[in-house]
Write a protein that binds this ligand. Structure first.
Ligand SMILES: NC(=O)c1ccc[n+]([C@@H]2O[C@H](COP(=O)([O-])OP(=O)(O)OC[C@H]3O[C@@H](n4cnc5c(N)ncnc54)[C@H](OP(=O)(O)O)[C@@H]3O)[C@@H](O)[C@H]2O)c1
Length: 259
């Protein structure tokens, strides 16, 4: 029997990139998956792919930056599948750039999605997770540990998410809820490729060269693929990963040089 048979999962930002790969892998492992993001067409596409692979999936289109939407998402999963075992807080999109040109609004927007949506989704899901000894996995980012000058928003948001993970993991010990975080480094998704393509265009060099330079400068083994992160998430929430609690797991090819 698949590892996650009978489990019910939410994946925020499950329509594209890392979230899509996580939704696919959780479904492959037997979980029913509710995915959420804004674009209904992208959601339908991913749900269709999962169903074609004989998985169970449904979606809800909403903007997770709005305070009321995380509770709607949790309700949608309960209404559709009858419970909740796994929450993957993955949706995130922070603006990069020169600190002096970044506005308050851009900082607030970065926190609204990645930090506050994770807090609100976890809060709304908690009683259900507590009832079924469920799991939370926050997909955060290596920049939370080692932020750079052009990543002031992302670094700050990610560090806050890491702190939130640790704090809630302690509550999870009392309540029987597993809480952990995964920190990707550069992963080959649309979001990441847009930055790399822009750099290639600006410098008049090939995309492959920019990727090779990023790998070299970041002192990493290679760029990640969305599936790398997905396999780790499925492992954490499986029986084999049940001892992980409050773990902030770097899966970034070795970019984090701190202890
Ligand atoms: N890719 C990387 O290299 C990398 C590295 C470190 C950390 N991460 C983190 O990993 C997570 C996933 O990144 P990714 O590269 O897979 O991103 P992505 O390809 O841009 O996908 C982002 C997902 O989030 C959804 N989303 C964006 N804004 C939303 C909103 N306001 N409300 C609801 N859903 C929203 C998107 O769908 P819609 O746009 O249709 O809403 C999409 O499904 C993010 O938290 C990111 O910070 C990524």
């Amino acid at each position: 029997m698949p590892e996650l048979s009978g489990k019910i999962a939410i994946v925020t930002g499950g329509s594209r990139g890392i979230g899509r790969a996580i939704a696919h892998d959780l479904a492959k492992e037997g979980a029913a998956v509710m995915i959420a993001s804004r674009d209904p067409a992208a959601l339908e596409q991913t749900v269709g792919e999962i169903k074609n692979a004989r998985g169970r999936a449904a979606s809800i289109a909403l903007d997770l930056r709005l305070p009321e939407t995380p509770a709607k998402l949790v309700k949608a999963a309960i209404d559709e599948f009858g419970g909740l075992d796994i929450v993957v807080n993955n949706a995130g999109a922070t603006q990069r750039g020169d600190f002096l040109s970044l506005t308050d609004e851009q900082f607030i927007d970065g926190f609204a999605l990645k930090y506050y949506a994770a807090v609100r989704t976890t809060r709304a899901a908690w009683p259900h997770l507590k009832a079924r000894h469920g799991s939370v996995v926050n997909v955060i980012g290596a920049g939370g540990r080692t932020p750079g000058a052009h990543f002031a928003i992302g670094g700050s948001v990610n560090a806050a998410c890491l702190a939130f993970t640790k704090a809630i993991a302690e509550l999870g010990i009392a309540d029987g809820v597993q809480v952990n975080a995964v920190n990707p480094g550069p992963v080959r998704t649309d979001r990441q490729m847009v930055w790399l393509e822009e750099a290639a265009k600006k410098e008049g060099i090939k995309l492959d060269e920019v990727i090779a330079r990023t790998v070299k400068n970041s002192k990493i083994t290679r760029m990640g693929e969305p599936e790398d992160i997905a396999y780790l998430v499925s492992f954490i929430v499986s029986k084999k990963g049940s001892l992980f609690q409050g773990s902030l797991i770097d899966m970034e090819g070795g970019s984090t040089k701190t202890i």
